[in-house]
Write a protein that binds this ligand. Structure first.
Ligand code: ZN
Length: 335
């Protein structure tokens, strides 16, 4: 039993080391492989992103400083030994933080603080409604906060592992006499806080536009936050954060759709439904392509509309929504 466990572990080690060695070799083919004594290593200049080794490295390598830490440096402190950090640290590392996820709390200021600090849910930052200059940090950026839950985007899942969560104090929505949802707006001062905070995080970790998302984007069947009144377009226009479509591209797609397709006619055609589902999935949402307007599909369309077409979040596809989706897929293709 012990032997087989040992062999399995060894096997995994060999596979994992093998792929790393290959990558390192391709970067430095002239290096000797003979064992050497540990000596201080000079800082190597990394000129460009070459090969697969750096594909996952989201640090800004043009600054040649992918080893920077923005939080506390946590090290072991083994009894009787010294942990040495004087040598150049490994180039094979990146930041854990690859997403920024925005939320609303559905609680007032006071309850937001008590819930996010005293219960099992949390976030890294909390932005109150107060018109002051203060933003609360409640979890270290290097640690995981519990804000995303079961979540997916493009090839990623468990987004808590790789994100910084920002909770915005907002009561969510109420319902009117016709049972329509009426969302609460975000005060201007609060939006400015969120935008300044997001810009700081995004620039420090070099987080791509495709990874600045709503909770509803990464969990559309469970979540609506931060809702259709969060001004994503302003975040893009005024702070250059996140994704937005280009109007001319959208117009081109819209003209194509209006001249070649009659959405009303083919609305219930399984092929059309599958095409829409496939495009939502291509953009990044986790969705089963089954040719049926099922509940998850409608919720996903709604999440998309909350973010990119907030004037009409019916959960029903129309030419405008489809044109925006196609413009975004073209502008932000999955690699
Ligand atoms: Zn949320």
């Amino acid at each position: 039993m012990r032997n087989s466990l040992y062999l399995t572990t060894l096997g995994i080690l060999i596979i994992s080391c093998g792929s790393q060695q290959k990558s390192i070799k391709s970067k430095t083919p002239s290096k000797t492989t003979t064992p050497q004594a540990v000596v201080p290593i000079k800082k190597t200049e990394i000129k460009q992103d070459e090969g697969e080794y750096y594909k996952v490295n989201i640090a800004d390598i043009t600054k040649n400083d992918n080893t920077i830490s923005y939080g506390s440096i946590v090290s072991a402190n083994p009894v009787g030994y010294k942990i040495s950090k004087t040598y150049f640290p490994a180039i094979g590392q990146n930041f854990r933080q690859r997403y920024v996820i925005l939320h609303y709390t559905v609680l007032n200021d006071e309850k937001s603080v008590s819930t996010l600090t005293q219960q099992s849910v949390s976030s890294h930052y909390l932005v109150s409604t107060l018109p002051d200059k203060e933003i609360y940090q409640i979890v270290d950026e290097n640690k995981r906060a519990y804000h995303a839950g079961i979540s997916f985007w493009r090839k990623d899942q468990q987004i808590n592992d790789t994100s910084i969560g920002i909770e915005i104090v907002n009561l969510g929505y109420t319902t009117d006499s016709l049972k329509n949802r009426v969302f609460y707006p975000y005060p201007e001062e609060q939006f400015k806080k969120v935008a300044a905070l997001a810009r700081d995080i995004v620039s420090r970790y070099n987080i791509p536009a495709t990874n600045i998302l709503a909770h509803s984007d990464i969990a559309p069947t469970r979540k609506q936050d931060p809702g259709p009144l969060f001004p994503w377009k302003r975040l893009y226009d005024e702070y250059q954060i996140g994704m937005w479509y280009d109007e001319p591209a959208k117009q081109t797609f819209l003209n194509q759709i209006l001249t070649t397709n009659d959405i009303a006619l083919q609305y219930n055609n399984p092929e059309f439904v599958s095409k829409v589902q496939q495009q939502l999935s291509q953009f990044g949402y986790a969705l089963t392509v089954n040719g049926v307007w099922d509940k998850p599909t409608k919720q996903t369309i709604e999440a998309f509309q909350f973010h990119f077409r907030p004037t009409n979040y019916s959960g029903i596809i129309d030419a405008e929504t489809l044109a925006i989706l196609q413009a975004l897929i073209q502008k932000y293709p999955q690699k």
